[in-house]
Design a protein around this ligand. Structure first.
Ligand SMILES: NC(=O)c1ccc[n+]([C@@H]2O[C@H](COP(=O)([O-])OP(=O)(O)OC[C@H]3O[C@@H](n4cnc5c(N)ncnc54)[C@H](O)[C@@H]3O)[C@@H](O)[C@H]2O)c1
Length: 394
């Protein structure tokens, strides 16, 4: 999966140099902020990052195949620039297995099925393993019926939602995925969190390997972004989160501790109720349809004391079941938008998925990933604790 993606994206990079330039500044900024401020950024080759994650997962009992699926999932997030949902999540997965909250080698089972739908019991295994299984099933159904919708319960954190859309895109299908998560989003006018960051992803194929890939949390940001700011000892912008008193907070440590994220849109005045509505939409496709835990009933994210029992949803749609020329129109729309005159000529207009392609291009150029300093420290502790070879970076 990993090497195939590199080939696909190498092709795409060569066709998107304009947008690549635009994100260079942002990327360099992120890179320079990422490690210990006194040192040059350390670069970790993708292969070495993958090796380290597989070793750690196997050390807590995961079979080779499951360890590879989870490592590839986390690596893909890092590669695409979503460091909050890559290796940053490894320790949580390991802790859950060690504490008996999740099961390292569980395989999912289909509980209920029609031609186009299914309900899957993830059997409390790794989210990446059940996620890949469910999207494969949705793809099979879409190839037969034009559409496949699969929901799963008894599931765990499944990484970046977009990864499952990539699975559908590789088959020339439209992919959709979303997941509920531990309560972190404060509904508009409420004081406490009741919904998760509940990400949504939609992938639509264009021509010649180009695609649209929208993938984001329905909170103003994913909580991992606040965690990364905290790891870097940096503040957060206004509009991301509230503090214990229900007031807007910019201190990343206080915001991370309070875990009260604002919905996409922010406060009521800036239409935060729209993001709150999207969070409800995700909860309906995930918790309500699958029978998993939902809303405030989901376990706490910062202090887990029970299994997660998350709900996931996966959809695949065959463009051939709709009007002829979906890919042509999609490419036309994307390129029309990309070619619009930007306000700042050095910042071309992007479509969803371009930012990640640009990040992957830079990773290839640099020869690896740039983890924040604290990630390297976490890895050192993990390597010692699990008795695996430490991750080597240059
Ligand atoms: N599993 C979980 O529990 C969980 C929870 C929350 C988030 N996540 C994942 O975390 C990742 C990050 O989420 P996020 O909300 O921080 O995402 P984000 O705010 O970084 O937004 C990412 C999306 O916006 C697009 N984008 C970025 N800049 C753009 C621009 N200038 N023009 C057009 N499009 C642009 C990207 O291509 C991508 O589709 C996602 O992959 C999400 O699935 C997972």
């Amino acid at each position: 999966m990993f090497s195939k993606n590199i080939k696909t994206f190498t092709f795409l990079f060569s066709s998107s140099t304009k947008s690549a330039r635009c994100c260079e500044r942002d990327f360099i900024r992120k890179m320079s902020l990422s490690p210990n401020k006194d040192e040059r950024p350390k670069i970790t080759p993708l292969k070495e990052s993958r090796r380290f994650m597989i070793d750690c997962l196997k050390a807590v009992g995961a079979q080779q195949k499951h360890a590879e699926i989870v490592a590839d999932n986390l690596l893909e997030a890092d590669h695409r620039g979503h460091y909050s949902h890559g290796m940053n999540r490894l320790e949580n997965y390991i802790n859950d297995v060690e504490k008996g909250f999740s099961v390292a080698n569980a395989t999912p089972t289909i509980e209920k099925e029609t031609t186009a739908t299914a309900v899957v019991n993830a059997n409390n295994g790794f989210g990446a393993v059940s996620g890949q299984f469910c999207m494969d099933l949705a793809i099979k159904k879409a190839e037969e019926a034009g559409i496949g919708i699969v929901t799963s319960h008894n599931a765990n954190h499944y990484g970046i939602a977009g990864i499952y859309c990539l699975q559908a895109l590789k088959k020339g299908l439209i992919g959709f995925s979303c997941t509920n998560t531990s309560p972190l989003m404060v509904p508009t006018r409420a004081k406490k969190a009741a919904l998760g960051t509940n990400p949504i992803a939609l992938g639509v194929p264009g021509l010649q390997g180009d695609d649209f890939l929208l993938d984001f949390a329905t909170t103003a940001v994913a909580v991992g972004k606040i965690e990364i700011q905290q790891r870097k000892h940096q503040p957060i912008p206004e509009g991301w989160a509230l503090n214990e008193n229900g007031r807007v907070e910019t201190d990343s440590t206080k915001a991370f501790a309070a875990s009260r994220l604002l919905p996409l849109g922010g406060v009521e005045k800036t239409s935060g109720y729209k993001g709150y509505g999207l969070g409800m939409l995700v909860e309906i496709f995930c918790g309500i349809l699958s029978g998993s835990s939902y809303g405030p009933n989901i376990r706490s994210w910062t202090n887990p004391n029970a299994k997660a029992n998350l709900g996931h949803c996966f959809m695949a749609l065959d463009p051939k079941a709709f009007a002829e020329g979906v890919e042509e129109r999609m490419s036309d729309l994307m390129n029309t938008i990309r070619n619009m005159e930007p306000v700042d000529p050095s910042l071309p207009v992007l479509v969803h998925g371009d930012a990640e392609r640009n990040h992957m291009e830079k990773v290839q150029k640099l020869g690896g990933l740039s983890y924040v300093y604290n990630q390297h420290e976490t890895n050192k502790r993990l390597a010692e604790r699990l008795n695996v070879a430490p991750m080597q970076s240059i």
